[in-house]
Design a protein around this ligand. Structure first.
Ligand code: SF4
Length: 169
């Protein structure tokens, strides 16, 4: 499955000031649609790509993020954010230019995202400061790791700004 060719994002939910989805206070966008179907997923309502979610524009989301001075970064969670990579890459660029860091969760492995040579996926990776990869695996579930549900999920610090946050993981 590739990314959806639209400038809108299908949003399952928003957490405007989260301290549990990455370092600092973060505006979290839970995207709608996920092809991974991990057993034990905590957000099964985000799996369907039709009949659920609210379509929001990049500008609309950015205005909400920029209006809150407490927000130090944005987190794209899911669902599978890379289904919406084209629009999320645009939003991420705007957020970074406004001084926010960008953290992205994905059920794909980082290597698969790179190997796919998908221009939308590459665009989102280029705007990500921190990437958490891999599916949720119940047998690897742990409450002792920061910002991840299972031990198989890896954290990649993809920019100098992202590396500054390494101490929080
Ligand atoms: S990738 Fe995330 S949202 Fe998708 S099924 Fe797995 S745990 Fe659930």
């Amino acid at each position: 499955m590739s990314s959806i060719p639209t400038d809108d994002i299908l949003v399952a939910g928003i957490e405007p000031e989260s301290i549990t989805d990455g370092p600092g206070v973060r505006f979290v966008i839970f995207t709608q649609g996920c092809p991974h179907h991990c057993p034990g997923c905590h957000n099964p309502e985000t799996h369907a790509l039709t009949g659920r979610g609210e379509r929001m524009t990049v500008g609309e989301l950015f205005d909400r993020i920029a209006a809150d001075p407490l927000v130090s970064g944005v987190t794209f969670s899911g669902g599978e954010p890379f289904l919406h990579a084209r629009a999320l890459a645009k939003l991420a660029k705007m957020c970074r230019e406004a001084g926010k860091t960008v953290m992205v969760y994905t059920g794909y492995l980082y290597e698969k995202l790179r190997e796919a040579k998908n221009p939308d996926w590459d665009a989102l990776l280029a705007e990500a400061d921190i990437l958490v990869d891999g599916p949720y695996l119940e047998k690897e579930r742990s409450l002792d790791i920061c910002f991840r549900g299972s031990r198989n999920q890896r954290v990649f610090f993809l920019s100098d700004r992202g590396k500054l946050d390494e101490k929080y993981f």
